[in-house]
Design a protein around this ligand. Structure first.
Ligand SMILES: [Zn+2]
Length: 435
């Protein structure tokens, strides 16, 4: 699968100043992106700063600075330097657009430098941080699956590991006056339930957090908590209604121009509603979840939109999230209600087929015509006998081919999880032989 040509530019900008070292040390204060931050004057006294994989918005006022987000923990020092190169005014306020690790963990560097900002977030962010503490091991595991980790794979287990907000707000909106100027903080839901976007009406600028990223919305992550597709669409429409001149997005390139912005936001909203409506209609008509996903069609005007390439998430995953939101965990197949283990099922399939080697050769034959089906057969072969060298090799190869054929990071990462199982099986086997 390929991206449309005009999607490539947006896709390239999507992951910011990405560094492997930082990604392996997401919560280390010592590992920044290693790049010089990108700084762009987005409007008078308004800057887009990209210190690493994420963007930050800086609003200068007569009373001090308003900073929207502050990057990963390791981005802190470079961000302080970049901000100080623009202005020596005190840091008046930090707004967290949400609690994610790439947005809300760089504040420590400002605090350590003696700044005393108000840190403002939606009240749901407190619950978000607490959930991080509760599910520390789970999140470290999910993060670890994206690649090797040298440093802490998650934020921590204690309250001291977070720079908590000093002020929270409930409801839809909080208005601030800083330096005689109004800044509106709007609560939204999208990737998270604690999203905040900031509207500076006198400047015509929105700092959108991850509600705008220049790629297809991350509203369907297979391994994470509920995402909010329709509320995301609501937020996009609310932003469009304000007719902004500039958007400083959470990731990716600066967005400018009234018409282009309006077009992007309304298309994104329509795209999300299209997926949501398809899934809800299916649920109401008694369609099984698998068939809801299989019958999802995405019009080319959405799929090929230059600012919505599916480089991270994909529409099918969003539809699954909608199904999960309104339904239970059961996929509707009676045998799946209280199932035999996948290993038992695979062993039965292998026995019926005439052995694991038959499955391996069938999986390999299917690669040319149906990679999706080939993945099932290769998985049966591996699960039927984890120590079969041919089954291991076949499973690894097919997962890698499948991952390479996907455009989005989430599909790639999660398909490659099976390659780790193969590695583990080999290690386990060698250990047993040596014992
Ligand atoms: Zn983000």
């Amino acid at each position: 699968m390929k991206l449309a040509t005009d999607q490539l530019e947006s896709a390239k900008a999507a992951f910011g100043l990405f560094s492997e070292t930082q990604a392996r040390n997401m919560f280390s204060k010592e590992h920044g992106s290693g790049f010089e931050p990108i700084v762009i004057e987005a409007a008078p006294r308004t800057h887009y700063i990209q210190p690493g994989m994420v963007n930050v918005a800086l609003f200068e006022t007569d009373e001090g600075l308003l900073l929207v987000d502050c990057g990963c923990a390791g981005d802190g020092p470079a961000l302080v330097k970049a901000v100080r190169a623009i202005s020596d005014k005190p840091l008046h306020t930090i707004v967290y657009t949400h609690g994610h690790s790439d947005h809300a963990f760089g504040a420590w560097a400002f605090l350590e430098a003696g700044e005393k900002p108000e840190i403002i977030a939606h009240e749901n962010l407190v619950g978000h941080f607490r959930r991080y503490m509760l599910t520390n091991g789970l999140n470290a595991r999910i993060n670890g699956q994206a690649g090797r980790h040298d440093g802490p794979a998650w934020a921590g287990k204690s309250e001291a590991d977070f720079d908590w907000p000093t002020r929270t707000f409930s409801g839809d909106r909080l208005d601030l006056t800083i330096g005689g100027e109004r800044f509106e903080l709007h609560h939204g839901m999208g990737e998270t339930d604690d999203a905040v976007w900031v509207w500076a009406p006198e400047r015509g600028v929105i700092a959108a957090g991850d509600l705008v990223t220049g790629y297809f919305p991350n509203a369907g992550n297979p391994k994470k908590v509920q995402r909010w597709a329709t509320e995301w669409a609501d937020a996009a429409e609310a932003m469009a209604a304000l007719d902004p001149k500039v958007i400083i997005p959470g990731h990716g390139a600066l967005v400018t121009g009234h018409e282009a912005i309006k077009e992007e936001l309304t298309t994104m909203a329509a795209y999300l509603r299209h997926i949501n409506d398809h899934a809800v209609r299916g649920l109401n008509e008694g369609v099984l979840p698998d068939h809801i996903i299989e019958s999802l069609e995405v019009p080319a005007s959405y799929a090929d939109h230059p600012r919505l390439p599916p480089v991270y998430d994909r529409p099918e995953f969003v539809a699954r999230n909608v199904v999960r939101r309104y339904g239970g965990w059961w996929d509707g197949y009676p045998s799946h209600l209280l199932p035999a283990t996948q290993e038992q099922q695979a062993a039965e399939v292998a026995a019926l087929a005439g052995g694991v080697p038959v499955l391996v050769s069938r999986a390999r034959a299917l690669v040319a015509t149906d990679l999706r089906l080939a993945t099932h057969v290769a998985e049966w072969a591996f699960l039927a006998d984890r120590n079969d060298a041919e089954a291991q090799a076949c499973y690894e190869e097919i997962l890698e081919k499948r991952a390479a054929s996907e455009k989005g990071l989430m599909a790639q990462t999660n398909l490659r999880v099976g390659k780790r199982w193969v590695e583990q099986a080999r290690v386990e086997h060698t250990r047993k032989e040596q014992a």
